[in-house]
Design a protein around this ligand. Sequence first.
Ligand code: SF4
Length: 203
Amino acid sequence: MKITYPFSLEAQIAVGFERLQTLYRSLLQQQATELNLTALQIQILSTLHTYPQGISINSLSHHLRLTHATLSDAVSVLVRKKLVNKRLFPQDRRAVVLQLTPKGVQKSGAASHWIQIISESMSSMSLDQKSNLLRALLQIIDQLKSFGMIEVARMCIRCSHFRANVHPGSDAPHHCSFMDKPLRENNLKTDCPLFAEKILGNS
Ligand code: SF4
């Protein structure tokens, strides 16, 4: 029997992502056990960490691609454990905003073990290699977002504050109008809390 296997460059990269995802899931489970939480609760804490101003449960379910019902129980446990606060949204008293408590911020920091491990694995790469990798990842996420396969992509290249190549010839060619700061290629963000969605028709 002839065994076929996807050996194209793209397929090999996709398989690499799959290996990383397996590692991510196993580290998440390990962290969850150590912190006496579930993997989903850790994911919620990590996500809330990137929304310091708070986020509604609807937006959270959008971000994690999970139903409201799946999230509700996990959020209730986090509220009972005093890791998450629920408060009413000032502009709409019917909407509830979720936000980390100081204890939740501490736990979410401990839950970022995955980021440390991946960062350490890149320690022998040059800055150029890491910048190219970041740019390629941003392009992949951007395409998947365009296909509707990724819900939330709070990246510079999709942000209304992003001004691409407005400082040509400089080592920081881009600009963030929100922070009023030039951006290098390696400063581009994959998940920025200051992100603002582009209004259709705006550049
Ligand atoms: S606000 Fe954040 S995502 Fe938007 S351009 Fe500035 S750094 Fe990038």
